[in-house]
Write a protein that binds this ligand. Structure first.
Ligand code: G
Ligand code: G
Ligand code: MN
Length: 351
């Protein structure tokens, strides 16, 4: 059995040479073992947890590793939706339904790109010391009917379908046009999928879009994340070095969330480091999270890299970042992602 923690909220177990009955049996044992566990609190109270489990069996439910994980993940959400603390055993209907939903979402994303319905939202980034908004991060949205879909819901699909470079190019073009019209003269942070970046066509395209926008390259920061890594790091390195030589700035996104963060830091010519928001949000209550933030800060300082704290959700956290000497802050307390940018002296949100 191989078990691996993917995210703090999920574990995958792989059972070689097992059929549906065997897997269901093991899953049921895991579920009941979790149900039997508890943590005892200071006052003698007992804290119980539950586990929701989804299954997928090769080749009954999917034939590729990617689809198999996707299916298991969907079944896990079905188990949660069914009331939690249960095992979702897939039926033939589930297979049809799950893959139909994925196909529908894929079609929706493809249509949005085709019809150019991808819209940039802007989230402000504050200079902690001067309390001025010095930058914006561009976050993609798709408007469907009256609803707004967040990037979370479609970026991964676009990456899997191999169309993320179209989406990225479209949103960059719109965002820069809007930035110029509004006269924003700070940095623009742009999320790029490594997978898009290593395409010659995309790199050319982006350079042209930036040149046409009239915004100096020095004010454009490309954020790269390790969520969707490419196999060929040397190739990614080459593209990043070229962009850097031309004057663009580079940032590592969600620093500390994955396993190759430090690898990226060593290897790429980085200007900004964005600390994974979970560390920041919990920094005042968790000594461990605080220690992570402190050490990333001193590491970056030694390397001459500017730090951005994400998920700044309160005045208290902002004050503490000031004390720690963290340079930039982003998060709901500073400002939520919005359709328009307004460059004014920042005042705390009243919500
Ligand atoms: O706010 P939101 O759910 O949109 O962002 C979720 C994640 O999606 C961000 O962390 C970011 O990494 C990614 N993302 C947002 N917009 C874009 C985009 O235009 N292109 C790419 N490649 N990723 C994006
Ligand atoms: O990975 P990336 O940092 O690009 O993701 C930004 C994501 O974080 C977006 O989905 C955005 O909507 C979300 N976000 C921005 N500020 C906050 C915040 O203060 N708290 C939380 N929980 N999410 C935030
Ligand atoms: Mn980002």
């Amino acid at each position: 059995v191989g078990a691996r923690v993917l995210r703090p909220d999920g574990v995958v177990a792989i059972l070689p040479e097992a059929n549906l009955e065997a897997v269901a049996l093991v899953a049921e044992r895991v579920r009941s073992a979790i149900a039997g566990m508890h943590v005892e609190l200071a006052g003698g109270q007992r804290l119980h947890g539950t586990g929701s489990i989804g299954l997928a069996v090769f080749p009954d439910h999917a034939e590729s590793a990617k689809d198999l994980f996707l299916f298991a993940d969907n079944m896990m959400y079905k188990a949660k939706a069914g009331g939690k603390a249960r095992v979702a055993i897939p039926t033939a209907d589930d297979v049809v339904e799950v893959f139909r939903d994925i196909t529908e979402k894929s079609a929706l994303v493809l249509d949005a790109i085709e019809e150019q319905r991808i819209i940039p939202y802007f989230q402000p980034i504050l200079d902690v010391a001067t309390k001025q908004v010095v930058a914006y991060e561009v976050l993609s949205r798709i408007e469907v009917g009256g609803d707004v879909m967040r990037a979370d819901e479609f970026v991964e699909i676009a990456e899997k379908m191999g169309v993320i470079h179209h989406l990225d190019a479209l949103v960059i073009e719109r965002a820069l046009t809007q930035m110029r019209e509004m006269g924003h003269d700070g940095y623009v942070f742009i999320n790029l999928s490594p997978r898009a970046l290593v395409l010659n066509e995309f790199a050319r395209n982006v350079r042209q879009i930036v040149a046409d926008s009239g915004i100096p390259r020095e004010r454009i920061v490309f954020e790269i994340t390790e969520r969707d890594t490419v196999k060929n790091l040397a190739l990614l390195e080459r593209f990043l070095n070229e962009l850097k030589l031309e004057g663009f700035k580079l940032a590592i996104d969600d620093f500390g969330s994955g396993f190759s963060s430090f690898h990226y830091l060593r290897r790429f010519p980085i200007d900004f480091l964005k600390i994974e928001g979970d560390f920041i949000a919990n920094m005042l209550t968790s000594p461990k999270d605080r220690a992570v933030v402190t050490s990333i800060k001193s590491l970056a300082q030694e390397m001459g890299i500017t730090i951005v704290a994400e998920y700044v959700e309160s005045q208290e956290v902002l004050d503490e970042l000031h004390v720690m000497g963290v340079h930039l802050a982003q998060g709901y307390y500073v400002g939520k992602p919005a359709r328009h940018v307004i460059d004014v002296d920042w005042t705390p949100l009243r919500s």
